[in-house]
Unconditional design. Structure first.
Length: 819
């Protein structure tokens, strides 16, 4: 892959570190930080990085997958395997960064560094679109802009590259200096600074000053004076500067921005002349990012005319891949945003996490401007496909078929998208997971349209990265060794079934729990192999529970006896979970039952008590802390009596989400994480510790002007004494938008503004009062998102977020996003 060859011995010298080497000549091509995503183990170097969990724990897993080269900080791990190379350093992350710095030092290519609070990835991707005809560009994939992502991106630099574009984001002081050494940007771009909080920094200004350290040695700095008003002239970095502004004098001074059908016409003063350009966008953020690209092209010496021609052809960048339902029971992963090796690897990882269909198909176009020769490129892709267990490849483009012999799977090739579409009916897509990934010029959106189920215009978007972030947050609050049972009952609190379970299984939670056997069976049928507890195991479902290896919650002697009678007599140690009632008074054994229960458990060899648990009634509410403490105490006593008669130790657990942070002594062996995973926790004081995972949006169907005194909706409940304007949107109580939101109680966001409902909520529709606003049919109406939070909705109708989420009906399509 690299023209530069590194051996493990070279790398040890770069790091000036202690070593324990088995094979000094081992070649290192890939740097790996996650034992789950390994492309070519033989020539990979694994970094035992500790972020959420101690990276040393994954050395064994990496070894099993064939890795033999490791960078570690804890020397004891070097004794584990004798046929491996170990580099022992003080800090594994610093080692990774130092290798990247050394690699970067070997190259003189021009690099652009981008930082700011918003728009970094868009600006990077657009510059790529604008400059790719003139340069062979290496850029960081998606939003790989952290302390770990930047070194991994820079490591990809190769001889063929003539321009690098890297984005850099920081979350704490002192991070940027390291990134500056790794990227070494010649050109610096500062994007929108927004209102983003300065968490991790003493002030907004300190955060800006820290960000600008990236450009300390830059030759050229492209920025807007509007964002650096608090800085003195000396503090502005760069040997030269190029400024742009919409409000003051600048090298590129925008004088007008006019919307014209789906586009925007901009005029500006540049070198004392009036120049113009068209941007194919209308929203504020895109216009600003477009202006930054305009400024960059001019600063790089392009003529205003060239810049204009290219800017008008910019295309939207979708940052995330989408998982959605397809035709004939297929699952579709739509990722037609970028077609380079690193984003392909990310998409294939995600494809590989999907267990719902045994068959996995990849539809891919040729890749361009990768800086690799075709043979290397397609060899690498073939390896990736094999490693990620892809069954079928559909290659589109005239080149890729020349390399057919490299691919050891079912293949079909087409010269272009048109040829694929003609053959579509013969390709028989059904019951499979399909990844669609292609370079822009292949217009794979057409393919995705053919394969995707038509989506009614109300969708619940689920951000899987946010969910993983929340999982990591709670993991970081657990004492060492405490396991996690993730609650995926009620369609994962409304968010989905196997889609969420796949993610949780990939991220190694220990257990799943569902309410009813049906839910567990659906997960088993979708290939979920994690242990699954069923909280309400109905008698008629016992057979199915046994067949699908689900684990029943046993909450009474009747249930226990019934289950024992159903188990085949030769069965031994079937896992069950004993539920104790410590004060909830819903399900569970009472103190009086414990003796009889102990007797039964002791003599029944057909079962094994996998865990004993109870449930807290008010773990998040300080006013009931006394009661919670008593519950924990009672649970300890009752579970001890049971444990005493067993010859093994079951897992003990009592904490739900709010208990995790507030009751560390209630963590026992496992916690049951529910609503926190989905972004809510009434026990957290700072609400920014969790990420919003769901956005519910719908669309405007019609807009009407009403005269004085006209009324809106059933029973004439909505009155407009002074007339006004209303918009009808496609969501009603049948979708889960509660009738209580009617008559102004509920609000939705349209074009950034909160507007109230008017009249009663109908079954499939709702009317909104948009008087004084410019709203068109087709505009988006947001029911809830990060800004217009579910907590607010819950308060409006006097309920809790749990109910709002689980009420969203199955008619509302779920679309999953993943970066
Ligand atoms: C739903 C449920 C949980 C999860 O509660 P959250 O407050 O959502 O974390 C835990 N335990 C039991 C028994 C549950 O029914």
């Amino acid at each position: 892959m690299h023209n530069l060859k590194y051996t493990i011995a070279n790398i040890a010298i770069i790091l000036n570190a202690d070593v324990k080497l088995f094979d000094k000549q081992a070649i290192i091509k890939y740097l790996v930080i996650d034992s789950r995503s390994i492309l070519s183990p033989k020539d990979s170097l694994f970094f035992a990085l500790s972020s959420h969990r101690n990276g040393h724990y994954f050395i064994n897993d990496a070894y099993q997958k064939g890795i033999r080269n490791f960078v570690i900080a804890d020397v004891t791990y070097s004794k584990q395997f004798s046929d491996c190379n170990f580099i022992i350093v003080d800090d594994v992350l610093t080692a990774l960064q130092n290798i990247a710095i050394q690699h970067r030092n070997q190259y003189t290519l021009k690099t652009i560094g981008i930082t700011g609070s918003n728009g970094k990835t868009i600006v990077k991707e657009w510059l790529y679109q604008l400059l790719a005809v003139d340069y062979n560009i290496i850029r960081s994939p998606k939003s790989y802009n952290s302390q770990i992502g930047v070194p991994l991106s820079v490591w990809q630099i190769d001889d063929e590259h003539t321009l690098g574009i890297f984005e850099a984001g920081i979350s704490a002081s002192n991070e940027m200096e390291t990134l500056a050494k790794i990227i070494q940007p010649n050109i610096g771009i500062l994007t929108n600074l927004g209102e983003a909080h300065a968490e991790g920094f003493s002030s907004k200004n300190q955060k800006l000053t820290e960000k600008l350290l990236l450009f300390k040695n830059a030759e050229l700095f492209i920025y807007s004076p509007d964002y650096v008003t608090d800085l003195s002239i000396q503090e502005i970095p760069g040997k030269k500067q190029f400024s742009w502004s919409m409000s003051q004098e600048a090298d590129l001074q925008i004088i007008s921005v006019e919307p014209i059908v789906d586009k925007c016409y901009l005029r500006a003063i540049y070198k004392e002349n009036e120049i113009e350009c068209i941007l194919p966008f209308q929203d504020k953020a895109s216009i600003e990012n477009g202006i930054i690209c305009w400024a960059t092209m001019l600063a790089l010496g392009y003529s205003p005319k060239q810049a204009d021609l290219r800017l008008e052809k910019l295309s939207h960048v979708s940052m995330r891949l989408e998982l959605k339902n397809g035709i004939n029971q297929c699952s579709i992963i739509d990722d037609s945003y970028s077609a380079d090796i690193s984003s392909l690897a990310i998409a294939l990882d995600f494809l590989n996490q999907q267990n719902q269909h045994p068959k996995r198909t990849v539809i891919i176009s040729e890749l361009f401007e990768t800086g690799k020769n075709d043979l290397d490129l397609y060899t690498e892709i073939a390896n990736l496909l094999a490693q990620k267990q892809v069954n079928r490849l559909i290659g589109i483009g005239t080149h890729i078929s020349n390399f057919a012999s490299l691919f050891n799977l079912d293949t079909r090739f087409f010269d272009d998208t048109e040829a694929f579409i003609s053959a579509f009916p013969t390709l028989n897509f059904s019951h499979e997971t399909i990844l669609i990934k292609g370079a822009r010029r292949f217009e794979f959106a057409r393919i995705s349209k053919l394969l995707t189920q038509k989506i009614h215009d109300t969708v619940l978007e689920i951000d899987l990265n946010a969910m993983v972030g929340n999982l990591h947050f709670y993991r970081s609050k657990l004492k060492p060794g405490v396991k996690i049972m993730a609650m995926v009952k009620a369609f994962s609190y409304g968010s989905g079934s196997f889609e969420i379970a796949n993610l949780l299984q990939f991220h190694k939670v220990d257990y799943l729990a569902v309410a009813y056997a049906d839910e567990g069976i659906a997960l088993r049928k979708a290939g979920i192999t994690l242990p699954i507890m069923v909280m309400s195991p109905e008698e008629y479902a016992f057979e199915a529970i046994i067949k699908y290896q689900l684990e029943p919650e046993i909450y009474s002697l009747e249930i226990l006896n019934g289950f024992l009678n159903t188990l085949p007599s030769e069965q031994s140690e079937f896992p069950i979970h004993i539920k104790i009632d410590s004060g909830m008074h819903r399900l569970g054994f009472d103190e009086l039952d414990i003796n009889e229960l102990s007797g039964l458990l002791k003599k029944s060899k057909q079962i094994k008590v996998q865990s004993i648990f109870s449930h807290l009634v008010a773990s998040g509410e300080a006013e009931h802390d006394g009661f919670t403490a008593k519950q924990i105490e009672k649970f300890e006593i009752m579970s001890r009596t049971l444990c005493d008669v067993l010859e093994y130790k079951p897992l003990l657990h009592i904490s739900n989400t709010s208990g995790i942070t507030r009751w560390p002594n209630g963590q026992f062996d496992m916690v049951r994480l529910g609503i926190g995973l989905y972004g809510f926790d009434s026990a957290l004081i700072k609400n920014n510790e969790l990420q919003t995972t769901m956005v519910l949006k719908t669309t405007v169907t019609q807009v009407k002007a009403l005269n004085n005194g006209e009324t809106v909706g059933y029973s004439r409940k909505g009155v407009m004494p002074n007339g006004g304007k209303i918009a009808t949107v496609k969501i009603g109580y049948a979708d889960g938008y509660n009738r209580a939101f009617g008559n102004g109680v509920g609000k939705m966001l349209i074009n950034g503004k909160l507007v109230p409902t008017i009249g009663s909520i109908c079954m499939d529709m709702t009317m909104l009062d948009i008087s004084g606003m410019d709203v068109k049919p087709g505009d988006e109406a947001i029911v809830f998102n990060r800004e217009h939070d579910i907590m607010v909705l819950a308060e409006e109708i006097n309920t809790i977020p749990y109910e709002i989420l689980t009420n969203i009906s199955q008619r509302v399509k779920r679309v999953y996003f993943y970066e």
